[in-house]
Design a protein around this ligand. Structure first.
Ligand code: AHM
Ligand code: MG
Length: 346
């Protein structure tokens, strides 16, 4: 027997997590980790929102391990994520785009969840006030490799790497937060995809997208076509075919590219289509990182009925060999990704 609805009834992310815990889909520990990530995202949303006012635009003056200039907000957002996860008391190891190596969260290094994240993706967009996002994935600790070498930093680090380098198919949760016209938190715990919009007046994420299903097809492609000349011939012929108006009954595909994976993926999830970052002559595996970009997004895509592929393989099946490993990514509507694979798998 459920209470009658009234105009003031809100279904928030906190309520949703409690319900899932009651149903037994997740345990209290995982719910706590997710809640701490939502707190980090709210804090980052507010920082991104005020970046131009509070002197948070521009570069921080350092590079990350991948040789990319870190923006001030990259560094701050990474700290925000780390603080929130550490204070959850339920996170064992974290790996971030902005950290050279995975880190054991000091007080709670054993028996707890492993969190991989890109605290602020697409940060080249910040100074122009264009959409950015955070991406995360959560794993259970590896049973074969408990983190117990407290007295041996080198060994402990190796144990952390083993724990973090799990294939995407073992993710227990993945999600992202889009900082755009609205702040939207999208997540999966392996039972469909749910979206929550931040109500800035009450500071809560409110359920706005139930069980998101990505359209099976969609005539929008999202690639950085400036790299066309560097792509391999299969990807080039695929791209040529999308522009062949005649082949598509007079209406070719539309191009949309923000250069912000979270924004481009979110649109693809809702409207259908395909996002791609292929390998090219300069970067054999493209640009995007397997652990904290491609795998979490592919888990979300599959949970919404779509696909994430490297062009030759399901992304979730790729076994990571290094924390910052890159893979080509083609993700979105099932039929669109399969069509791309009909070129790249030849
Ligand atoms: P970042 O993690 O350094 O921000 O890079 C990832 C971003 C993605 O959000 C986006 O899809 C891609 O890089 C854009 O790259 P490019 O500028 O080469 O098109
Ligand atoms: Mg990134």
């Amino acid at each position: 027997t459920s209470r009658p609805k009234n105009d003031y009834e809100l279904f928030t992310l906190t309520t949703w997590l409690l319900r899932e815990e009651q149903k037994g889909t997740i345990d209290g520990e995982l719910a706590t980790v997710i809640a701490s990530i939502t707190l980090a995202c709210k804090q980052i949303a507010s920082l991104v929102n005020r970046a131009g006012i509070s002197n948070l635009t521009g570069v921080a003056g350092a590079q990350n391990v991948q040789g990319e200039d870190q923006k001030k907000l990259d560094v701050v957002s990474n700290d925000v994520f780390k603080n929130c996860l550490a204070s959850s008391g339920r996170t064992g190891v974290i790996a971030s785009e902005e950290e050279d190596l995975p880190i054991a969260v000091e007080e709670t290094y054993s028996g707890n969840y492993i969190v991989v994240f890109d605290p602020l993706d697409g940060s080249s967009n910040i100074d122009a006030g264009i959409s950015v996002g955070s991406i995360f994935g959560i794993y259970e600790p590896s049973e074969e490799c408990p983190i117990d070498a407290m007295d041996d930093p080198q060994k402990m680090m190796e144990q952390c790497v083993v724990n973090v380098c799990q294939p995407g198919k073992d993710l227990v949760c993945a999600g992202y937060c889009l900082y755009s016209c609205s702040t939207i938190f999208v997540l999966t715990i392996g039972q469909g995809v749910y979206g929550f919009t931040l109500d800035p007046l009450i500071g809560e994420f409110v359920l706005t997208h139930r069980n998101i299903q990505i359209p099976e097809k969609g005539k929008i492609y999202s690639f950085n076509e400036g790299n066309y000349g560097l792509w391999d011939p299969a990807v080039r012929s695929y791209m040529d075919s999308l522009k062949d108006a005649e082949a598509w009954g007079g209406k070719p595909y539309s191009a949309r590219y923000i250069g912000s994976l979270v924004g481009d993926f979110h649109r693809t999830l809702l409207y259908g289509g395909i996002y791609g970052y292929p390998g090219d002559a300069k970067n054999k595996n493209g640009k995007l990182r397997l652990l904290y970009e491609c795998a979490p997004m592919s888990f979300l895509a599959e949970q919404a009925g779509g696909l994430g592929s490297t062009g030759t393989q399901r992304v979730l099946d790729v076994m990571p060999e290094a924390v910052h490993q890159r893979v080509p990514l083609f993700i979105g509507s099932k039929k669109e990704v399969e069509y791309l694979e009909s070129f790249t798998k030849k």
